[in-house]
Ligand binder design. Structure first.
Ligand SMILES: Cc1cc2nc3c(=O)[nH]c(=O)nc-3n(C[C@H](O)[C@H](O)[C@H](O)COP(=O)(O)OP(=O)(O)OC[C@H]3O[C@@H](n4cnc5c(N)ncnc54)[C@H](O)[C@@H]3O)c2cc1C
Length: 349
């Protein structure tokens, strides 16, 4: 078989790159072994504001402008619902926080995203005496449905290999790539934290930050927006169910759920949720975070037809399509990558 591209990884990064290939009529195959879970468990929120500090997310406008049409295209083609336009509201715990919100809303990059009409909490099950601030242009991508349906679509094109990609079996020549029976012009590694096992790119400073989430059932809550307090509370499409998250852990690099994370999330939840609830599930994944908080994109220093698309960090939904387009334009149209995302900023020592 001969293709233009081999993609390793069918998470948010791999899918975003496949979309570029599909739109530009390139042929490709995708490998995924489900060894990483980040995209599968993600809360899926897109939100242009850092709600801890009320600051702008890096390139938020550019990212949103690109990302939303990508998910809409997939929705239309695969006939699934992925994008839920749900408001995100920040719960204030003091007058000082309210003032910080107003100050931030005066700043240029934030003006379009912070609503200055504060919302009075009318939900008896939520403790929010200092009102709520609403972020505009937010929503949630149902990443689980996205990935499941994307794989089904790839299978229907005979383009999906549900197996581990074995790096040792790859032959790389300046003229092309050989892997088992597949000949390809290029290979793109979009392996998330799996990059650590990739001998070609594991020199890059991918730290990895484990995150855990709880799924709770709270029949009395009836929340129709995302609440951000000490934790996020995100309504799910399943009746009365919500995601609670997430934790941040830098030493444990497994996808195993822990009692410690559960305890931490329950303690946070109890500071603002008044009603009874039941925990119905707990999930964990490793976010592909980078030392300098910028993505890892570009060509291998020696093998010019081998590329990496990684480092989506805590905001894969928004960043994925943005960096996938940059990488595609770089490979096919020789447009230079932004220095900030180019892996040339890290030496291969
Ligand atoms: C708890 C939690 C909550 C989050 N919430 C949000 C959120 O609300 N909004 C947001 O934007 N982001 C969120 N994120 C971050 C987001 O999930 C990541 O930025 C994103 O999923 C990274 O996507 P990726 O495709 O780079 O990596 P991954 O999702 O890890 O995908 C990599 C894929 O490559 C496959 N793979 C790796 N090695 C191999 C191999 N050798 N052979 C075959 N397949 C291989 C893996 O199985 C995996 O499917 C969250 C993350 C976590 C953990």
């Amino acid at each position: 078989m001969e293709v233009d591209y081999i993609i390793v990884g069918c998470g948010l990064a791999g899918i975003a790159f496949c979309e570029q290939l599909y739109l530009n009529q390139k042929s490709f195959v995708v490998f995924d072994d489900q060894s990483q879970q980040s995209s599968l468990v993600a809360g899926g929120l897109y939100n242009p504001v850092v709600l801890k500090r009320f600051s702008k997310v890096w390139k938020s406008k550019e990212q949103l402008d690109l990302a939303i049409p990508v998910y809409q295209n997939i929705e239309d083609r695969l006939d699934v619902k992925l994008d839920y336009k749900i408001p995100v509201r920040r719960r204030f715990t003091s007058l000082e926080e309210q003032n910080n919100w107003f100050e931030a809303s005066d700043k240029d990059g934030l003006k379009p995203f912070l609503n200055t009409n504060l919302i009075t909490n009318e939900n008896d099950e939520i403790d929010a005496d200092f009102k709520l601030g609403e972020v505009l242009e937010t929503g949630k991508i149902d990443t689980n449905t996205l990935i499941d349906n994307y794989k089904i679509w790839l299978k229907s094109l005979n383009s999906f290999y549900p197996e581990s990609f074995i790096h040792d079996q790859l032959e790389v020549n300046p003229s092309g790539i050989h892997y088992k029976t597949i000949k390809s012009k290029h290979i793109v590694f979009a392996e998330g934290f799996g990059l650590k096992e990739n001998p070609f790119f594991n020199y890059l400073p991918l730290n990895g930050t484990k995150g855990e989430l709880l799924i709770i059932k709270a029949p009395k809550l009836k929340l129709d927006y995302v609440l951000k307090s000490s934790a996020f509370l995100i309504p799910l499409k399943e009746k009365d169910q919500y995601t609670v998250g997430a934790t941040y852990e830098w030493t444990d690099k497994t996808n195993n759920i822990t009692q410690k994370a559960k305890g931490e999330l329950l303690n946070k939840l109890k500071t603002f949720l008044k009603c009874d609830f039941e925990v119905v599930n707990q999930v964990a994944g490793i976010r592909p975070t980078v030392k300098d908080r910028r993505p890892l994109v570009g060509a291998h220093p020696e093998h010019k037809n081998m590329f990496v698309l990684n480092g989506l960090g805590t905001r894969g939904v928004m960043i994925g399509p943005y960096i996938a387009k940059q990488l595609f334009n770089h490979i096919e149209n020789e447009i230079p990558l932004d220095d900030e995302i180019n892996i040339s900023r890290f030496a291969n020592t």
